[in-house]
Design a protein around this ligand. Structure first.
Ligand code: CO8
Length: 260
């Protein structure tokens, strides 16, 4: 099943997996407020729908997204930026509780790179380029780029990208930890869907708490992170899916998880 929005195309691909394509090819998928708003709506629907367990986000072969839409940005003054409605959409995207996999081909710049970094896993085609070129426009990253990039690639690489604006290759992105896997460009989406399908058949509550626990580790000290992990692990002891998972292992069969 496919649903078309003004700036997105959304496909129900397989059991539990939904694919979202950013669809402004003439502008290299530059992110407008409307596009981020549609992404928020799709995420609201996906969060509420039990049958959707993992989202895959992609662009096209030329561009994941070339950044925030510069034409739209040019119309915003200081007050416009202070009251920027995009902030709400970014927050919504960052709070999405189910796994989000990004399949990146082509340019992934500025707000596009920041959007990719909202994903839990980034897979990239060999020709992908990641960058934070905002400095060339006299501005700086404003949707988490300085913070998420630092955590993903470390200080030196983050500083180099943010201060020079020069993009890095898919290979450099993988070596520095921004990207988990590199594929042939024509296979990036297929591979991302396979990764998503592998996650979609796991116990949803375990997936949700595991994601939350890893994200917790991004912004807390080790002791607090370990405490959170311990609580989450304990909570899962009360689930039917844990019983099912262990029973299936002992009975040498595939588990059937139902999210309880
Ligand atoms: N915004 C709007 N339109 C764009 C953008 C963009 N970011 N990028 C490309 N386009 C448009 C071009 O204007 C062009 O349209 P047209 O044909 O109508 O002139 C079309 O896409 C194709 O682009 P090019 O002809 O430039 O294609 P090239 O292959 O020659 O170049 C590049 C590709 C190198 C990617 C080039 O387009 C480029 O440098 N783009 C801008 C990249 C950039 O600077 N991105 C950062 C934007 S700022 C940002 O993201 C801040 C985020 C802050 C978020 C805060 C939220 C609260």
């Amino acid at each position: 099943m496919t649903k078309r929005y003004a700036t997105l195309v959304v496909h129900k691909v397989s059991a539990g997996v939904q694919l979202i394509e950013l669809n402004r090819p003439a502008a290299l998928n530059a992110l407008t407020t409307a596009m981020l708003g549609e992404l928020s709506v799709v995420m609201d629907l996906a969060e509420a729908e039990d049958d959707i367990r993992v989202l895959v986000l992609t662009g096209n072969r030329k561009a994941f997204a070339a950044g925030a839409d510069i034409k739209e940005m040019a119309e915003r003054d200081l007050v416009g930026i202070l009251n920027d409605p995009r902030q709400q959409h970014w927050q919504r995207i960052s709070r999405f509780p189910k796994p989000l996999v990004a399949a990146v081909n082509g340019v992934c710049l500025g707000g596009g790179c920041e959007l990719a970094m909202h994903a839990d896993i980034i897979l990239a085609g060999a020709d992908a380029r990641f960058g934070q070129p905002e400095i060339n426009l006299g501005i700086m990253p404003g949707a988490g780029g300085t913070q998420r990039l630092l955590r993903a690639v470390g200080k030196s690489m983050a500083m180099q990208m943010v201060l020079t604006g020069e993009p890095i290759t898919a290979r450099q992105a993988q070596q520095s930890g921004l990207v988990s896997e590199i594929t042939q460009p024509e296979l990036t989406v297929e591979r991302a869907l396979a990764v998503a399908a592998s996650i979609a058949c796991k116990a949803p509550l375990a997936v949700r708490l595991a994601k939350e626990s890893v994200l917790k580790g991004m912004d807390t000290d080790l002791a607090s992170g370990l405490r959170f992990e311990r609580h989450a692990f304990t909570v899962l002891a009360g689930t039917a899916d844990r019983k099912e998972g262990i029973a299936a292992f002992q009975e040498k069969r595939k588990p059937e998880f139902n999210g309880q």
